[in-house]
Write a new protein. Structure first.
Length: 75
């Protein structure tokens, strides 16, 4: 079911170092952390934006691949 929010887009996160944190943030009146993952160097996580996930925060060095292009975090 597709609502007014464009959900369903995927991103791929590849850790460039040990201890990269990927944090999912909720959608709605109050933005909150709802899920965290810790990746080690070389690990890959495929994440999806949903009706509950409006943003994804990444701490650490990682490559992020989206349909809009690729970006590397500098942290």
């Amino acid at each position: 079911m597709e609502g007014p929010v464009n959900s369903g887009d995927y991103i791929v996160i590849k850790a460039k170092e040990n201890g990269v944190h990927v944090i999912g943030l909720t959608r709605g009146h109050d933005t909150r952390f709802h899920h965290t993952e810790k990746l080690d160097k070389g690990e890959v996580l495929i994440a999806q934006f949903t009706d509950h996930t409006s943003a994804i925060k990444i701490r650490g060095k990682a490559e992020v691949m989206t349909k809009h292009g690729n970006i590397e975090s500098d942290q």
